[in-house]
Design a protein around this ligand. Sequence first.
Ligand SMILES: Cc1cc2nc3c(=O)[nH]c(=O)nc-3n(C[C@H](O)[C@H](O)[C@H](O)COP(=O)(O)OP(=O)(O)OC[C@H]3O[C@@H](n4cnc5c(N)ncnc54)[C@H](O)[C@@H]3O)c2cc1C
Length: 433
Amino acid sequence: MQHQKISRPDRPNTLTSPVWTVNVGPAPQTDCLSGTHEVDVLVIGGGIAGTTTALHLAEKGVSVILVEAQQFGDGATGQSGGIVAPDYIRHSPETIGAVLGEPAGERLTGMIGGSGQHLFDLIDRQGIECDARQDGFYTPSHTEALAEQQRGYAAQWRSRGYNVSFVEGAEARPLFGANRYCGALRFEDGGGLNPLAFVRGLARAAQRNGARLYTNSPVSRLERKDGYWLCRTPIGTVRAQRLVLAANGGNAALHPAMQRTSLPLHVFQFASFPLDPAQRKVILPDGGGFTDKLPYLFTARLDGLGHLISAFPMSFMVNGDKGYYREARRRLKQHFDVMPDPQIAHLWRGLAWVNTSFLPEIYDLGDNAIAIQACNGRGIATNTVIGSEVATMLATGDRDALSVRPRAPVPVRFHAGAALLPRLLMSMAYLTN
Ligand SMILES: Cc1cc2nc3c(=O)[nH]c(=O)nc-3n(C[C@H](O)[C@H](O)[C@H](O)COP(=O)(O)OP(=O)(O)OC[C@H]3O[C@@H](n4cnc5c(N)ncnc54)[C@H](O)[C@@H]3O)c2cc1C
């Protein structure tokens, strides 16, 4: 008997737009900046960091203008996986003390531990429709040694009042539908959302509160003149007393002190076709999302339409559109037995910027200017809080409003070479996967 290969007519084989564009309302109405404007605070960048800063400033009655080079969410925010992860990337509540000192470490732990709840409360308060689901975030353990360490991390978070537990192997595997793991750290306050819908909702809320937002307005020149910040876009000018750089990797082109302070991490993010009922029963049946700790890390979550969303880092080993689709299918097949022939509906490229500390950073640039620095591939929840704290600090003048102590920017040494490191490390990780 001859088997006919069934192919989906709409199966793409080149890069697509992010899956988030499928299930999102229209972008807020905005103009491009034209003419001359005066304002107290100018925010540059319309991702999560910039829009939350503008929203909270406007709520506090501060006059604020935000300029975005393209559209809201066109940077890392709209390219992201939308996982709400109230956890450190490389630290725990106790190990961070050795890096920052105890009071600063505890302060940052409070911010990160509370960031999931903060974000979901904000979504509720502003009535933002963004497929938000507070159904947990997991860090699975792939070795018993990591499981043991994570049992300790769960206790550290719990002793500080956060809803974090360790799920043992036999209970953890059915939560994911993947057999690779021997347990998982569970953050009850985490979850997921449509990041494009979220940032558009934040922008709309900022406008409602009186912030002036402009899109398609790339800042081409920023200078200090007569005690003010003067910002030029192709057909507009803003004169501001204070400045917030929230352009992520774009900060480097805006202020000389920001040059060479972060490293690019290229990621391919993808979404399967909506899972069928049998797959749905097995893969993340209770929802939630996870990111593991393997060097060639794996991440997964479901959106409200049943797409399975995952990612792989760019390496020198996987090339060309066909190769990217092949790799996306391999990753799903490798993790989920119930997906012997995964089909990919969306696959897009993203650019995350990382600090060498892997911690959220705020840079003090002097002259009433600060920068919210790099996203570390983990900024959905933390940058939402940072935006709100920066706004409080600017409205009240109280630097203690910030959980991240601002410091002077420091360029990464041997930056040109270091910028290749993430891709090189991911190539080595690919080979061991
Ligand atoms: C592929 C990928 C997956 C990710 N997945 C997750 C995840 O699942 N969970 C998580 O927590 N985090 C994730 N992240 C990280 C997360 O997306 C970021 O931390 C967060 O969105 C950063 O927000 P931001 O506002 O700082 O930066 P951005 O969203 O990058 O916003 C910066 C904005 O500044 C604008 N801009 C730049 N230059 C200029 C200029 N000269 N003039 C005007 N505007 C300018 C850009 O157009 C952009 O819109 C991911 C990132 C990537 C790339």
